[in-house]
Design a protein around this ligand. Structure first.
Ligand SMILES: Cc1cc2nc3c(=O)[nH]c(=O)nc-3n(C[C@H](O)[C@H](O)[C@H](O)COP(=O)(O)OP(=O)(O)OC[C@H]3O[C@@H](n4cnc5c(N)ncnc54)[C@H](O)[C@@H]3O)c2cc1C
Ligand code: SF4
Ligand code: SF4
Length: 346
């Protein structure tokens, strides 16, 4: 499809997957990423292979696609860049590409937003003590350390008891975060299995509302139970410093299995934080002139098409998703975009 170009805003895995799909169909793409490198939040996702056995976490679906997009002649990557002043102009959109304060007027036949998500800030869940208690970390912290320092980073005899607390910041209507973040059950179960395999002396407990795993992911959950990881129904009310040992955390929880209010102590508490709309999602929606849903994610009509014809969404800017699910959604967005281009070719 000559003389056709699409601008994709956001160079995470969703933007990259959409760009590759369109380029394979002969469509030229401007891929605009505001950070100095591509990859987005996937750059912090660690490998969760247990004893060398893949846990299918999706972490290695990214590197090859990043290499491919940089080598793709039909894709022009603009790093440390963003776009402003998008305006419909007949069958095209005019916009300004801004790179290091240099503005360039450009146009595109269609737009794909792939701007991703922000991590939920665990400090907004005050009773869990994140930021005040050093033994309380987030899933994001654990993923980052494992990725940066390797799988041995938590191999430590001091970690006798580790707790994971699910749904931290998600599924919380009082905080206007009524959505399920989709990924945190899966990454927490896999991280728990990894910790357990590396440190057999560690007792691991997962506090949950329920576990969102399906298909292949249910295997990890079943294996975790077989391996002795304890699942407790119900989330702790509060996490405090232990009065007996100041290096430990005391978790107060209502154990619905026994009907008793209990306190257990842990050396490490991992808060399974999730996904929320980017802090500037409203600004992006206003720039594009598109609508958001009640939680602030971009509101699509049929999965990818947004409220203005010719503008589409891919990945977590539309709803929380895993890496593989983001790739599938970005592919659907690219296909919808391609159909739109065919229908609107002069
Ligand atoms: C703690 C945690 C652990 C996770 N672990 C896993 C896991 O083990 N396996 C798994 O499959 N998934 C995991 N995920 C989910 C995974 O991170 C997402 O599926 C993936 O990052 C979604 O990619 P994306 O491209 O949609 O968004 P992002 O990764 O957020 O990428 C969006 C990109 O857009 C750029 N951008 C934003 N706004 C603009 C703008 N205005 N202009 C230009 N560029 C912009 C950003 O800089 C970023 O590079 C995890 C998520 C969390 C929170
Ligand atoms: S899918 Fe995940 S666990 Fe499997 S090899 Fe890749 S990064 Fe490691
Ligand atoms: S994926 Fe699991 S931990 Fe995350 S919000 Fe949904 S139910 Fe809670």
């Amino acid at each position: 499809m000559p003389n056709t170009s699409v601008v994709i805003i956001g160079g995470g895995i969703s933007g990259v997957a959409a760009a590759l799909n369109l380029a394979q169909r002969g469509v030229a793409v401007d891929l605009v990423e505001r950070e100095p490198r591509l990859g987005g939040n996937t750059l912090d996702v660690c490998c969760k292979a247990v004893n060398g056995q893949c846990q299918h976490c999706g972490g290695c679906l990214v590197a090859e696609r990043l290499r491919a997009v940089c080598a793709e002649p039909l894709v022009t990557v603009h790093l440390s860049s963003t776009i402003t002043n998008i305006q419909p102009a007949g069958d095209t959109f005019s916009y300004q590409l801004v790179t290091a304060n240099v503005k360039q007027a450009k146009s595109a036949r269609a737009v794909i937003a792939a701007t991703g998500f922000d991590h939920i800030d665990a400090r907004t869940k005050g009773p869990y003590g994140y930021g005040a208690l050093s033994m309380v970390i987030t899933g994001e912290d654990m993923e980052r350390r494992l990725r940066a320092e390797g799988q041995s980073v938590y191999d430590c005899a001091v970690l006798r008891d580790v707790a994971f607390i699910q749904c931290v910041g998600s599924r919380d209507e009082h905080a206007n975060r009524g959505w399920c973040s989709q990924v945190c059950c899966r990454y927490a179960v896999r991280l728990a299995r990894l910790l357990g395999a590396r440190s057999p002396q560690t007792n691991i407990t997962i506090f949950k509302m329920d576990i969102q795993t399906a298909g292949r992911d249910s295997q990890a959950f079943a294996l975790a139970q077989q391996e002795g990881i304890r699942f407790i129904c119900g989330l702790p009310a509060v996490v405090r410093r232990s009065e007996k040992d100041s290096a430990k955390a005391a978790l107060l929880f209502d154990d619905i299995n026994t009907g008793q209010f209990r306190t257990n102590e842990f050396d490490l508490v991992v808060l399974a934080t999730g996904i929320e709309p980017r802090s500037d999602a409203l600004q992006l929606a206003e720039t594009l002139g598109v609508e958001r849903n009640r939680f602030g994610f971009l509101a699509s009509q049929d999965g990818a098409a947004l409220s203005i014809p010719g503008i589409f969404a891919a990945g977590c800017c539309q709803s929380p998703r895993s890496i593989s699910e983001s790739i599938v959604h970005a592919t659907a967005a690219a296909e919808a975009c391609y159909r739109y281009l065919q229908e609107h070719t002069q």
